[in-house]
Design a protein around this ligand. Structure first.
Ligand code: BDR
Ligand code: CA
Length: 311
């Protein structure tokens, strides 16, 4: 099993990504670190515990992380994910679980003590930037780094050019791209927008039944309504599970190596500029994904979550 830390801001699609990772036989989730983003970090912790409970995995520790972006004030996405971040299901507080403070130190210590841990970041890159500032050397041990964020040729979802995670903390994102010294797998909107839970798939999930099915159907209702009202999309785009799935199976996405820089301020704040033609002649710091096999993703998603449902 591959060891991973999942850094996230759950969030409906983060929660689906957590469930996918926890249910996968290929991954060993050594910890979940929470960052502010879709919801304040405190709410994110509660929502991560809910995903753990649903997956019978309350032994996985959850670490409370940064409550504010590096320089900007926090702007949440509660209009998209609901006031509670889980589609306004307002679940009862989860009993039990392991919650600790110090996401940044957990990331550093885990990397120092292991040479085979990867990080999948599904929210703003604040925790990661802070950990890098504090102990860059610990990252020499990092296996792989996957970031759901940014966009290459796709338009933004917070401004004409910026994707939410990089827009919420553009300084954090910029810092990580400039300082990680490891190729960042950028799972941006070009590929994640193609991952849609359609009403048909949601009906199938409902028929497959069980606790996970019920949870998915419940938390996505608000999200489906939002997508229809806001963008005229039938169903809901689930960005974050693709980053986990891609980590599990490289053949789901294709892309290219490039230099990426995130715009920190001004009209293009949060934009990920991909220097595809090497105008700047900078060493490549990213693998930018621009192609995805969405059918294959959906098969993997359903097979992992509902292993008994297929012959
Ligand atoms: C990203 O923003 C958040 O709302 C989602 O959880 C995802 O990580 C997509 O832009
Ligand atoms: Ca997220």
């Amino acid at each position: 099993k591959r060891k991973v830390i999942i850094d996230c801001d759950p969030g409906i699609d983060d929660s689906l990504a957590l469930v996918l990772a926890l249910k996968s036989q290929k991954l060993d989730v050594v910890g979940i670190t929470i960052v502010c983003g879709n919801v304040p970090a405190k709410q994110g912790v509660e929502n991560a515990l809910k995903a753990l409970e649903i997956c019978d995995a309350l032994h996985v520790p959850v670490y409370f992380g940064e409550e504010n972006p590096l320089k900007r004030d926090l702007v949440t996405a509660q209009d998209t994910h609901g006031e509670d971040g889980l589609g306004e299901c307002f679940f009862k507080k989860v009993e039990g679980g392991i919650v600790k403070f110090g996401a940044v130190d957990f990331i550093i210590d885990t990397l120092k003590n292991n040479k085979d841990v990867s990080i999948i970041a599904l929210g703003p890159l604040t925790n990661i930037a802070k950990a890098l500032v504090k102990d860059k050397r610990a990252f020499e041990n990092l296996d792989e780094f996957i970031s759901m964020g940014g966009s290459y040729r796709s338009h933004g979802n917070c401004s004409p050019v910026a994707e939410f995670n990089y827009w919420v903390d553009p300084h954090g994102a910029d810092y990580v791209y400039k300082n990680l010294e490891k190729s960042i797998h950028m799972v941006g909107l070009d590929v994640t927008r193609k991952i849609v839970l359609t009403p048909n798939i949601l009906q199938l999930i409902e028929r497959l039944g069980g606790v996970i099915a019920e949870y998915i159907v419940d938390i996505t209702k608000f999200y489906v309504d939002f997508h229809w009202k806001q963008e005229g999309i039938i169903g809901c785009v689930i960005n974050d599970p693709l980053a986990v799935a891609y980590f599990m199976d490289r053949s789901l996405c294709d892309g290219f190596s490039s230099y990426v820089q995130v715009v920190e301020e001004g009209i293009a704040m949060g934009q990920s500029i991909v220097d595809v033609e090497d105008f700047w002649n900078k060493p490549h710091n990213a693998v930018v994904l621009n192609q995805v096999d969405s059918t294959k993703f959906m098969q993997m998603f359903l097979e992992t979550l509902f292993p008994q449902s297929k012959k």
